[in-house]
Design a protein around this ligand. Sequence first.
Ligand code: ADP
Ligand code: AMP
Length: 214
Amino acid sequence: MKIIMLGAPGAGKGTQAKRIAEKYGVPHISTGDIFRANIKEGTELGKKAKSYMDQGLLVPDELTCDLVVDRISQPDAQKGYVLDGFPRTIPQAEALTAALEKRGEKIDYAIDVEVPDSNIIDRMSGRRACLSCGATYHLKYNPPKAEGQCDNCGASLVLRDDDKPETVRKRLDVYHSQTQPLIDYYKAAGALRGVDGTRDIDVVFQDIVGILGE
Ligand code: ADP
Ligand code: AMP
């Protein structure tokens, strides 16, 4: 089962992708998590990516596509995966399609988590992230059991630098101009499924299970 998650920043792609990964036993591959892990480790890729991420811009395709194509070639991804945050541009989608076509494969489902811009600033300003294990919480909608601490690994939770309102506005502009066209791309490929992402996390997940099957 090869799935990609579409939707604005803060729509709930990561939240749903983690649940999909757990239920269907496929790896959750988040390019944002990969870049943040590289930033934490101080790698060359991390240094390059950070300069774009801090401004709310996309990391260039040439730093992103090969990384994902390598990752989905790993043994644990052979039965499928859920891609979260990739592709984000038409050239990235084309690179993914070309890499899959070489192996006679295709994306089965592109799940578009639909949330209007008016909800996004609230979602992002309340998001708290664990930079150790990648878990995500929300102060109001999905709080951790102990304030400021990750339920999974106990590390401190942070407000991501790029979740501050001025950067979120930039990220929304970038989403509309560069990522939203992917909705038509995957519609044309017959893979697009939309879900209303404004409802409770559990209700959104039930819709997704309805699409993917029990
Ligand atoms: P994305 O991966 O699309 O950027 P996240 O999954 O990190 O988004 O979700 C953004 C924020 O909104 C997080 O703080 C998350 O806990 C919260 N969230 C996710 N889905 C919902 C929902 N259905 N209702 C309310 N809050 C949600
Ligand atoms: P995310 O965790 O998905 O919200 O991504 C955080 C940031 O990482 C984005 O705002 C981009 O700067 C960068 N990023 C993540 N995935 C991609 C991608 N596929 N292409 C370009 N930049 C990306």
